[in-house]
Design a protein around this ligand. Structure first.
Ligand code: ADP
Ligand code: MG
Length: 626
C-alpha cells in the first residue's frame, strides 16, 4: 500500500482555519477593527457595502506596517503580539493568535495599503484566496487601510448561509457597539451604503460613548458604579430599575477593555436588582472590570467571548455588592413633585458621589420588635370607624409610626431614620428634602381602604398601601438584620422534617445565618431537622413552608448565602407584618406612610417585585372628561 497522508497546501489549511475565525461579515469587522486598536489607532473608519458582502473597508491612523511585516501579516500564526507561550498569560492586546489576516485573505479579495509614520513610502498588497497578486511601494496615508471584497467568494456554502442583509448588518452593529464601548476614547465611524450609522468622537468618556450609541434619553437612566478592590476594579454604569426593558440588549461586560459574556456575573447583577425590578424586565448595564491579566484566561476559542476568571466567586460578590451599593447610594427612585405649596423634592441620583456614605442607622440593641405587648395603636383622629387591632393576629401588625419611634429611641439627636438618610444625601442642591414641609400642605386620602391617592405635579399618584408598607418594613428589617440578632420565639411543639441529601446540605450551610435571624433549627439525625423556634413575628406562619421556600430560593444562588437568606427572611417578615388591605388609615398615618416610603432606597417596588405606585397623568383625566 502506498503512503496516503499529505500535508494540506497552505491555501487549503487557511481556508479551513478561516471557517473557525470568520463566520460572517461581522467577524471580519471585529478582527480588522481590533487590529487597528492594537496598532494604537485613535481614529477608525468603517465603510460597509451590502452588509459586508460586497465591501468591508477599515482604515486607521495606527502605527502601520513595514514592507516585510505587511507581507508576513498574512501568514498563519504570524503575530507581533506574543512571542512565547508565557506571554499568553498576560495578554493586553485584542489579538494574539495571528490567524485573522491569514483567514480573511483565504476567503476574500483583500487589498492592503499601509504606511508607518516615519516611512517615506507605504506598501500595497493585493491578495485573493491566499495568493499574492500584487505587492508594490505606494503613496498612502499613515496607518493602515484594508479593503475586503467578495467575502466567501470561494466558499459558496458559507456565502449561501449568510442571512438577510438586515441580520448581517445587525451583527456588524453589535460588534461595533462592543468595540466602541470597550474603547470610548477611540473615534469610530460606521458608514453603511453611504449612510453614516455612527459617528463617535475621539476622546469620549464612557457616559458620552453610551449616549452616542444609545441616544440622549439613556443619559438620565445611568447610575455610576465605581469600586476598587485589590482583586478587581469595577467602573461603569447601571440602569435605573424604572427604565428596565422587557428585552435583553443593553447589557455589557468588559474585562481589561475586552467585551465578554459572563452568564455567572450577569446573575450577580440580576440578583442585585431582584427585589426592585418589575418581573420579566432587564436592567441595562455597562460594567468595566479591570483585573490582573494573569488572573483571566481568554484563550478559549477565537470567536468565543466567554472568559474564565481565577477568582470568580469573589468577583461575583464584589460585582453584586457594587451594583447594590450604587442602587442604594443613588437612591434610585421616581422624582415626584408633590402638588402643593412649597413642594418637596424627592432625592434623585446626585451628579457627584463625593461625600455620600451608606446611611448609618441607629438601633436600640435592647429593642425587641417581636415583643407584641408593647404594640399599642393610637385610635381616633381618623374617624370613628378607625379599625382597632383587637385580635391577637392584628396585634402583631406594626404601626409604622410606632415602629420607627422605637427604632430610633436610643438616638441622642432624636433624628428619625428618614432624616438620617436624607442628611447623608444633602450635598447637591437637588437633594434638599425638608422633612417638615413633607408633612404639611399635602393633600392625600385613602380610597377603598387599599390605595392612597395624592396629587403630584404631573397628575395623581396612586400608592398601594400594603405594598408600600411592605417596602418600608423590608428596608428596616434589612437594616436591623445587619446590626443585631433577632429574637427567637420557642415553639411549643417543635416541627421535625426530613430533606433530601442536597437540600440538607444547603440547609446545613445556612443554619448559622438562620440562627441570627431567629430560627432555632438543628439537625437531629442525618437529613432530619427539628425546628424549635422561629422569629416571633412569623408565629402564625408554617416554619416548614418558610424554610422550604427559602431553600428553593437559595438553590439558585451558589454564593452570598447570608445576604440571600437575610433578604428572604426580611421579605417574608415584611409581607407578614404589613398593614392589611381594608384597614382605615388616619391622615397622619397616610402622610407618615408616604414620608417613609420615599425615604426608602427603592420605593417603586415591593420586596417581592410588585409595583408600589403609579401616576395617572392629568391628560388622562382630561381625556376621560372630554
Ligand atoms: P493578531 O492580531 O492575532 O496578531 P492578525 O492576523 O490579526 O493576528 O494580524 C497579524 C499581524 O499584523 C498583527 O500581529 C500586527 O502586527 C499586524 N497588523 C494587522 N493589522 C494591523 C493594523 N491595522 N495596523 C498595524 N499592524 C497590523
Ligand atoms: Mg488580529
Amino acid at each position: 500500500m502506498p503512503d496516503i497522508i499529505q500535508l494540506l497546501p497552505d491555501a487549503v489549511a487557511n481556508q479551513i482555519a478561516a471557517g473557525e475565525v470568520i463566520q460572517r461579515p461581522a467577524s471580519v469587522v471585529k478582527e480588522l477593527v481590533e487590529n487597528a486598536i492594537d496598532a494604537g489607532a485613535t481614529q477608525i473608519t468603517l465603510n460597509i457595502k451590502d452588509a459586508g458582502r460586497t465591501l468591508i473597508q477599515v482604515s486607521d491612523n495606527g502605527c502601520g506596517m513595514s514592507e516585510t511585516d505587511a507581507r508576513m501579516a498574512f501568514e498563519r500564526h504570524a503575530t507581533s503580539k506574543i512571542r512565547s507561550a508565557n506571554d499568553l498569560f498576560c495578554i493586553r492586546t485584542m489579538g494574539f493568535r495571528g490567524e485573522a489576516l491569514a483567514s480573511i485573505a483565504a476567503i476574500a479579495d483583500v487589498e492592503l495599503n499601509t504606511k508607518q509614520h516615519e516611512a517615506e513610502v507605504g506598501v500595497f498588497i493585493h491578495m485573493v484566496g491566499s495568493k499574492v497578486l500584487k505587492q508594490e511601494a505606494t503613496q498612502c496615508a499613515n496607518g493602515t487601510n484594508f479593503l475586503v471584497k467578495n467575502l466567501f467568494f470561494n466558499v459558496p456554502a458559507r456565502r449561501k448561509f449568510l442571512k438577510a442583509n438586515s441580520t448581517e448588518l445587525k451583527h456588524i452593529i453589535n460588534e461595533v457597539q462592543r468595540i466602541a464601548l470597550a474603547n470610548p476614547e477611540i473615534g469610530l465611524s460606521l458608514i453603511h451604503n453611504q449612510d453614516p450609522i455612527y459617528e463617535m468622537a475621539v476622546g469620549d468618556n464612557i457616559r458620552k460613548r453610551i449616549v452616542s450609541i444609545f441616544g440622549k434619553s439613556i443619559n438620565q437612566n445611568l447610575v455610576p458604579v465605581n469600586t476598587e478592590t485589590s482583586l478587581v476594579k469595577i467602573k461603569g454604569f447601571i440602569g435605573q430599575p424604572k427604565y428596565a426593558r422587557k428585552t435583553y440588549g443593553e447589557q455589557f461586560f468588559f474585562v481589561n477593555n475586552r467585551f465578554m459574556k459572563h452568564p455567572f456575573f450577569h446573575r450577580a447583577i440580576m440578583q442585585a436588582y431582584e427585589k426592585i425590578l418589575a418581573p420579566d424586565s432587564y436592567p441595562s448595564y455597562f460594567l468595566y472590570l479591570d483585573v490582573d491579566p494573569e488572573c483571566i484566561d481568554i484563550n478559549i476559542h477565537p470567536t468565543k467571548t466567554e472568559i474564565k476568571f481565577e477568582n470568580e466567586t469573589a468577583i461575583w460578590q464584589i460585582i453584586q455588592a457594587s451594583v447594590r451599593e450604587a442602587l442604594g447610594k443613588f437612591n434610585v427612585m421616581p422624582s415626584i413633585d408633590f402638588d402643593q405649596a412649597g413642594s418637596i423634592e424627592i432625592p434623585i441620583a446626585p451628579k457627584s458621589r463625593e461625600g455620600i456614605e451608606m446611611p448609618k442607622i441607629q438601633v436600640d440593641p435592647t429593642y425587641n420588635p417581636f415583643n407584641v405587648e408593647v404594640r399599642n395603636y393610637p385610635s381616633g383622629g381618623g374617624g370613628s370607624n378607625s379599625h382597632s387591632y383587637s385580635t391577637s393576629k392584628h396585634e402583631q401588625v406594626q404601626h409604622w409610626e410606632k415602629l420607627y419611634s422605637d427604632f430610633t429611641k436610643s438616638d441622642e439627636d432624636e433624628e428619625t431614620q428618614t432624616e438620617v438618610m436624607m442628611q447623608q444625601e444633602e450635598e447637591p442642591a437637588n437633594l434638599s428634602v425638608n422633612h417638615d414641609s413633607f408633612n404639611t400642605g399635602r393633600t392625600c386620602f385613602q380610597f377603598k381602604n387599599k390605595f392612597i391617592l395624592t396629587p403630584v405635579k404631573s397628575g395623581l399618584m396612586v400608592i398601594d398601601q400594603k405594598r408600600a408598607h411592605e417596602r418600608i418594613l423590608f428596608e428596616n428589617f434589612m437594616a436591623m438584620l445587619a446590626q443585631q440578632q433577632i429574637a427567637s420565639q420557642q415553639l411549643l411543639f417543635p416541627h421535625t422534617f426530613e430533606l433530601e441529601a442536597s437540600d440538607s446540605e444547603l440547609l446545613r450551610s445556612v443554619l448559622t445565618d438562620l440562627k441570627a435571624l431567629g430560627f432555632d433549627v438543628k439537625e437531629a439525625e442525618a437529613n432530619h431537622f427539628v425546628v424549635n423556634g422561629i422569629p416571633g413575628i412569623l408565629e402564625n406562619h408554617s416554619p416548614l413552608e418558610i424554610i422550604e421556600s427559602m431553600l428553593e430560593d437559595l438553590k439558585n444562588t451558589a454564593v452570598d448565602m447570608q445576604e440571600k437568606a437575610r433578604e428572604q427572611i426580611a421579605a417574608a417578615l415584611a409581607c407578614a407584618s404589613a398593614i392589611p388591605y381594608g384597614h382605615l388609615l388616619k391622615v397622619e398615618e397616610l402622610n407618615q406612610l408616604i414620608d417613609q416610603l420615599f425615604a426608602c432606597t427603592t420605593p417603586n417596588f415591593s420586596p417581592t417585585g410588585k409595583q408600589v405606585l403609579t401616576i395617572m397623568p392629568v391628560e388622562q383625566f382630561e381625556k376621560l372628561l372630554k
